[in-house]
Design a protein around this ligand. Structure first.
Ligand code: FE
Ligand code: FE
Ligand code: ZN
Length: 287
């Protein structure tokens, strides 16, 4: 089982600290934001302790494909109303591609963007335009577009949106996908018929383009379009479903990343990873 979580990247050890945090959860995959997820301020990677982190990763036999970078969620490539928002997103993504290469990772998860009421087709075409600019000088780092909940004017809540973007860009071979279990349920997909869902994904996008799974329970009922993650077994999806996804034979080579909420200011990932590996749920959060 390839399983990990979102881990922090902060002073003083930065990326080395991220790897240590992942190992403390008995993870063999990890996801980082290269700075705060809600802003675009970034420290120089010269502070990241990259070579020490790489040594630790190779000792732990964690390959590059299991190290995921998540772009900050405020960048919006779909914005047609404010040119500066779009330009910032393109510029940030170019720099994020460089940072990703420097830390030795290969995949950036990206929220496709929100059309802010300009209309879905206009938003999707703007994303294509933005990706073409951001990927112009890149031929190795992949962008995994995330399946979204459909909150507000968010695009990417249908597999067809992601397929459209992939087919329309100049470099389709660099466009991959990240499935988020909470978001797919929120978007209205019947995730409990999971094999059918994988078949549909395969038909529309191609299962070979799936790179990451965000494994989250959901606080809300299917179709709610709210995007509120719950701890494993404490939401509408349930532990048995999430364990089934984590151990699914068709997804064996795909890293599963937890983005579940902290409990009493502490990360839940050590416990949740242990439950997924053992297949046994323990009611560990006092309600
Ligand atoms: Fe995300
Ligand atoms: Fe996610
Ligand atoms: Zn989410």
């Amino acid at each position: 089982m390839i399983i990990g979580s979102h881990v922090s990247l902060s002073s003083p050890d930065y990326f080395l600290g991220s790897v240590k945090e992942a190992l403390s959860y008995n993870a063999n995959a990890l996801m980082i934001y290269t700075g705060a997820p809600q802003n675009t301020f970034r420290k120089s990677t010269s502070d990241f302790k990259i070579s020490e982190a790489k040594m630790l990763l190779s000792e732990a036999e964690i390959p590059a494909q299991h190290i995921i970078v998540h772009a900050p969620y405020i960048i919006n490539l779909a914005n047609t109303l404010k040119p500066e928002t779009f330009d910032l997103a393109v510029d940030f993504l170019k720099k994020e591609i460089d940072r990703t290469r420097q830390i030795g990772a290969k995949i950036i998860v990206l929220h496709p963007g929100s059309h802010v009421n300009a209309g879905e087709d206009i938003g999707l075409n703007r994303i294509v335009e933005g990706l073409n600019l951001a990927l112009a000088d890149n031929d190795d780092i992949e962008i995994a577009l995330e399946t979204m909940a459909g909150k507000g004017s968010e695009l990417g809540y249908r597999f067809e949106h992601l397929a459209y973007i992939k087919e329309a860009v100049d470099k389709p071979h660099l466009i991959k996908v990240c499935m988020d279990t909470c978001h797919m349920s929120d978007a209205g997909y019947d995730v409990f018929r999971f094999n059918d869902l994988l078949d549909e994904f395969d038909k529309i996008i191609g299962l070979q383009h799936l790179r990451v799974i965000h494994l989250n329970d959901s606080k809300n009922e299917p179709g709610a379009k709210k995007d509120r993650h719950a701890n494993l077994g404490y939401g509408q999806l349930g532990f048995d479903f999430l364990h089934m996804v984590a151990s699914h034979p068709r997804l064996a080579s795909i890293p599963k990343i937890l983005e579940t909420p902290y409990v009493d200011d502490l990360p839940p990932y050590g416990v949740e990873i242990e439950m997924l590996r053992s297949g046994v749920f323990t009611d560990w959060i006092s309600q």
